[in-house]
Design a binder for this molecule. Sequence first.
Ligand SMILES: [Zn+2]
Length: 206
Amino acid sequence: MSVKPEIALVIVDTQEDFVNGSLGSDAAKAIVTNVVGAIDSVTAKNPNAQVITTQDTHSDETYLETREGKYLPVKHCIINTKGWEIVPEIKGRLKSLKYRTITKEDFGSQEWQEFEPILHCVKTIVLVGLCTDICVVTNALILRTAYPDARIITLSDCCAGTSQEAHEAALLTMKSCQIEVMTLEEFNKGGYENNILLPNNEDKED
Ligand SMILES: [Zn+2]
């Protein structure tokens, strides 16, 4: 019988094109090691953690005709190309874990609904990835709505935005929506254990 996870780690769009490829940036390159650290941290403390990766996914033929393509006419994350793949450092770390992947054609995903049987017991959801001000914030707010009682944490130094200003603005928006924002170090130091907002078991009462 499988044990229901109490924590989920959502790794948003850590794909080649957002790190090293057509939409890559130094800020994105700088978070890769921290994302690996977040995977290690969450799964070491919680062997049953549910790890979920998302992958931005576009068609070479139709991308430029889509709404996103009209606003952002830079082809990226074309399905089954190198740019679509999760960067090797993160993919390598995921290999030994059980994880699930959501492929999505837009910033957020309708597929979260299909994760309800897995995630309904989850008390904490941790988000990392790219880009803070587009896909991280979109999925964070979808999860905020879908799981109103869950503690949701975004690890600020495991995310990068389209600019530093946009990154910080998105973190502020998430804070306003009662998503906790902390660094990986703060998370490792006990942001997780010492700041439980919701009662999670009876024997803590006395
Ligand atoms: Zn895209």
